[in-house]
Write a protein that binds this ligand. Structure first.
Ligand SMILES: O=C[C@H](O)COP(=O)(O)O
Length: 241
C-alpha cells in the first residue's frame, strides 16, 4: 500500500516568529485530515528546532531541505544527518532543482546525500524533473531515466519518496496537467525496483488544482512550495477531497 505524503517545502521563507504564527493558523485544520495522510513540513534549518518542540505529539512530521554525505567535517554551510535526527527530523529533500541549478548539485552528490540520509534513518524525498527546453525537445523521459539511474545507485527503495517536479512548473503558476503528471509518474514507477515507492507531484500545486491532482491514480502526494506558506491554503491542500 503506497503512502500519501503531503509536504510543504518552505524554501528560504519564514522566521521563527512567522513559523509560530503559521502553526496557530494551520494546526486546528488537521482535525479534519484523514489518518492515512502523512503531513510533512520542510522549513529552513533555523525553524526545525522550534517546529520539533511545537509539533511534539502532533501528526505533522518534520523534514529538512538538505543533508551532507559526511557525518561531520569542514563543510561550511552544510548540515549532517545526525544533527537533523537528533532534533526529530524524519525526512529530507534531496536533489531539488533549485539545489541542482543554483548550488552545483549533481547526480553524483545527490546519490551521496541519499545514501547518507538513509544510513541515519532519514527518509529522502528525491526530486527529479525536466526543464521547459528539455520538455520541448522531447527529452522528458530520457532526462528522468538518466536522473533515476544515476541518483538511485545503491539507494534503498524501501525507504524513499520521489517527487516529480517539472522545473517549468515550479513557482510559475504553470501547473503540469494532472493527466500528464500522472503519465510521467507512471513512467518513473515503471523504472523502480520497488513499485510501492510513494511518488509526489510538485510544481504550482494550489488549493484550486489539488483535488484533480490527487484524483490521479499514480500520484501519491504533493510537494508544495508557495502554497504551503499560508496556513489556509496549505490546510486546503492537506484536506483535499
Ligand atoms: O518544492 C516545491 C516545489 O519546488 C514547488 O514549488 P511551488 O509550489 O512554489 O511551485
Amino acid at each position: 500500500m503506497r503512502k500519501i505524503v503531503i509536504a510543504g517545502n518552505w524554501k528560504m521563507f519564514k522566521t521563527q516568529a512567522e513559523t509560530q504564527d503559521f502553526l496557530r493558523g494551520f494546526l486546528p485544520h488537521l482535525d479534519e485530515t484523514p489518518e492515512e495522510r502523512e503531513v510533512l513540513l520542510c522549513p529552513p534549518f533555523t525553524d526545525l528546532n522550534i517546529l520539533s518542540q511545537s509539533l511534539h505529539g502532533s501528526r505533522v512530521q518534520l523534514g529538512a531541505q538538505n543533508v551532507h554525505w559526511e557525518d561531520s567535517g569542514a563543510y561550511t554551510g552544510e548540515i549532517a544527518a545526525q544533527m537533523l535526527t537528533e532534533i526529530g527530523v524524519r525526512y529530507v529533500i534531496v536533489g531539488h532543482s533549485e539545489r541542482r541549478q543554483f548550488f552545483g548539485e549533481t547526480d553524483e552528490t545527490v546519490n551521496l546525500r541519499l545514501k547518507a540520509a538513509q544510513k541515519h534513518g532519514l527518509t529522502p524525498v528525491l526530486c527529479v524533473g525536466e526543464t521547459k527546453q528539455q520538455r520541448d525537445a522531447g527529452q522528458t523521459e530520457s532526462l528522468i531515466t538518466t536522473q533515476l539511474d544515476k541518483d538511485l545507485v545503491n539507494v534503498d527503495q524501501d525507504n524513499l519518496v520521489i517527487a516529480y517536479e517539472p522545473i517549468w512548473a515550479i513557482g510559475t503558476g504553470d501547473t503540469c496537467e494532472a493527466k500528464e503528471a500522472n503519465r510521467v509518474i507512471g513512467l518513473i514507477r515503471s523504472q523502480l525496483k520497488n513499485t510501492n515507492v510513494s511518488i509526489q507531484y510538485g510544481g504550482s500545486v494550489k488549493p484550486n488544482n489539488i483535488d484533480e491532482i490527487m484524483a490521479q491514480p499514480e500520484i501519491d502526494g504533493v510537494l508544495v512550495g508557495g502554497a504551503s506558506l499560508e496556513p489556509e491554503s496549505f490546510a486546503r491542500i492537506v484536506n483535499y477531497q
